[in-house]
Design a protein around this ligand. Sequence first.
Ligand SMILES: NC(=O)c1ccc[n+]([C@@H]2O[C@H](COP(=O)([O-])OP(=O)(O)OC[C@H]3O[C@@H](n4cnc5c(N)ncnc54)[C@H](O)[C@@H]3O)[C@@H](O)[C@H]2O)c1
Length: 273
Amino acid sequence: MSKTGTRMNGKVAIVTGAGSSGPGVGTGKAISVLFAREGAHVLLMDINETAVAETMDMIAAEGGSASVFIGDVTRSEDCAMAAEAAMDRYGKLTTLVNNVATPHMADVIDCEEADWDRVLSVNLRSAMLMSKFAIPKMRECGGGSITNISSVVALRGYPAQTAYTAAKGGMVSLTRSWAIDQGRHSIRVNCICPGSLYTPIAVKYFGMTEKERAYRASMNPLGLEGTAWDVAWAAVFLASDEARWISGVTLPVDGGDTVGAPRWGSAPSAMEA
Ligand SMILES: NC(=O)c1ccc[n+]([C@@H]2O[C@H](COP(=O)([O-])OP(=O)(O)OC[C@H]3O[C@@H](n4cnc5c(N)ncnc54)[C@H](O)[C@@H]3O)[C@@H](O)[C@H]2O)c1
């Protein structure tokens, strides 16, 4: 399939965590593929060569424009070099998606200090570092947009999420703060909060049998399972000029999960042990 849209023509994007942590499609991969389909040049940043090569292959097979940048978003030098690489390879930088995160489950008593530091570094400090080096380039280029990928755990309580929820809440707060700081530089900053998606990491962590998938789908008002593509379409909109007057927003992409009922239960069969 060749490029299908024009919504991101002229954009040069860095997507962090552009691979997926297993077979299938996570949000970084889906966002990268849709950005390329919509006409952007995409710098695929990831620490895992094999994972990001799969994303590159998908885009290349569709005739899209992308290239790989191997780097660690917790390292300042790597973030600076990624921003430079976008400028060198494509002549500008207009778009950043801070997508990388690692899951971690522990309540406050069980949360080890080393895990707290690691999770905050990968999930939050990384977005600060990437933005710190991308924003000056965007300013040089006349503006752009940043989309931070948070989670519904930032918007409502979930069990055993101490470090992860702290990082994801930080992404929401940074979005508002940066939207104010960068607005006069024509840089929009927005945030997406995905709900429980069917993605490689979910399979790795929760197994995701058919019963579990049905159960999770039953927890949101739409009664539908979300995928990385749902998040990616929201990211396309926020990064495109269609969203030119939208900055500082936090958009849940969650089948309505965060508005409340009918959590826990319109699929009783899926809940039976
Ligand atoms: N999957 C879900 O159900 C879900 C739900 C809510 C929010 N999210 C959020 O969506 C985002 C992506 O999640 P996912 O599950 O699709 O991702 P994933 O785990 O499938 O992929 C993450 C990618 O990031 C890369 N990565 C990890 N550490 C890195 C580092 N230090 N430097 C560079 N790259 C690194 C990995 O190699 C991997 O390719 C995260 O911010 C996550 O919190 C996901």
